[in-house]
Design a protein around this ligand. Structure first.
Ligand code: MTE
Ligand code: MO
Length: 359
């Protein structure tokens, strides 16, 4: 069998491979950061400043993943004639190399497809997405390291020779496709690109100009949030204090421009105001810097409870927000009150808060 497409050349494969190594590494490191913030081991601390840092790391995670899709397809296209090389196996090292490529392709494909579905907020599977996405991420990065180590001599040779014009054209098309994919998605997080991004469908939509992932109705809290007897309990070793909405409004209020940065890649800034956590903790007889567990009125989902580490409860920009863009919070944004803290994943910005417990 003969393959004549200009794509089938070590020079092309190596260049696309290099680009993939960059996007995959970026994607892995930023994914690892996001995982560590959500499941912090004792040695890990994530700062509360700068307020936009997680917005940037998670935006990078999603965009580098999106860029990897056309790059991976182009790379597979560039190497697929190797499937027809004979003999199929030429001894143990060759067999191991082939196996590592199989693992790598499968893991990379799994990561990109599950990630893409997650960005589109579509979950056609029953497994718990983040755990498997995280575990397979390690498999992918491990297989990449093996693959790069094995191919290093070929890569070095291929990169030092210029590809012919027809091959350069294939590479240009590949870069262009990856670029278009990135720009088409980036509007979900980069404000300047919002108008050119076909895929950034959530930006600016939703009540009070901010996207909503889970509405009050979907969370089953509509009745609970309208209950005039709603109270916030703050539980500390010195006892429990309860606050009505009016009492919370009469405490000193703090305003801050802070982004919601969803793990799915969209993010948007807004003006929030409410009681700062340091203020509230002092008022309730505890002290800023004490870690706090946050409980939502939402009892069913997995986002009903979150934890604010000490670095966040001592930051005066960590708010128990009562208002969004100068209006009382919409039920879908967490009325009567929600957590908005600087530099945190959206999943931890708990809505419909009913209780805080110091840890
Ligand atoms: N109680 C509760 N809080 C929640 C959620 C949820 O499902 N339940 N979703 C979280 C997620 S994933 C995000 S991105 C933000 C979205 O906030 P918004 O709906 O106000 O834009 O809320 C977070 N807070
Ligand atoms: Mo989210």
């Amino acid at each position: 069998m003969r393959f004549r497409s200009p794509a089938h050349s070590d020079r092309v494969t190596a260049r696309i491979g290099l680009a993939l190594a960059v996007t995959f590494t970026l994607c892995f490191v930023t994914g690892l950061i996001s995982h560590l913030i959500q499941h912090p081991p004792s040695w890990f601390g994530w700062p509360s400043r700068p307020v936009w840092l997680y917005r940037v790391t998670q935006g990078t995670h999603v965009l580098s993943g999106i860029a990897s899709i056309p790059l991976l397809l182009a790379k597979l296209w560039s190497v697929f004639p190797k499937l027809f090389e004979r003999p199929v196996l030429r001894g143990l090292p060759h067999a191991l190399e082939r196996l590592s490529i199989l693992v790598l392709s499968a893991a990379a494909f799994f990561e990109l497809v599950t990630g893409l579905f997650n960005v589109a907020q579509n979950y056609p599977w029953t497994f718990y997405f983040p755990q498997l996405h995280y575990a397979v991420g390690w498999v992918a990065i491990g297989a990449i390291l093996v693959h790069v180590a094995v191919k290093l001599p070929v890569v070095r040779r291929a990169l030092t020779t210029e590809p012919e014009p027809s091959r350069r054209a294939f590479l240009r098309t590949t870069w262009l496709t990856a670029g278009v994919a990135v720009v088409a998605t980036a509007g979900a997080t980069v404000p300047l690109l919002r108008n050119v991004s076909g895929l950034s469908w959530r930006s600016g939509k939703g009540p009070q100009g901010l996207p909503v992932n889970r509405t009050a109705a979907a969370a089953g809290v509509l009745d609970a949030v309208r209950d005039p007897n709603w109270r916030l309990s703050v539980v500390t070793p010195n006892g429990t204090k309860t606050y009505s909405l009016d009492q919370l409004r009469s405490l000193p209020q703090t305003s801050a421009g802070l982004p919601i940065a969803c793990v799915e890649g969209w993010s948007q800034s807004a003006r929030w105001s409410g009681v700062s956590l340091p203020e509230l903790l002092r008022h309730a007889g505890s002290s800023p810097g004490t870690p706090v567990r946050v409980f939502s009125l939402e009892k069913t989902g997995i986002y009903g409870i979150s934890e604010l580490p000490g670095r966040h409860t001592e930051d005066e920009l960590t708010l128990l927000a009562l208002e969004l863009n100068g209006e009382i919070l919409d039920a879908d944004h967490g009325f009567p009150c929600r957590i908005i803290a600087p530099n945190r994943p959206g999943v931890l910005q708990t809505k419909w808060v009913t209780r805080l417990e110091t840890l």
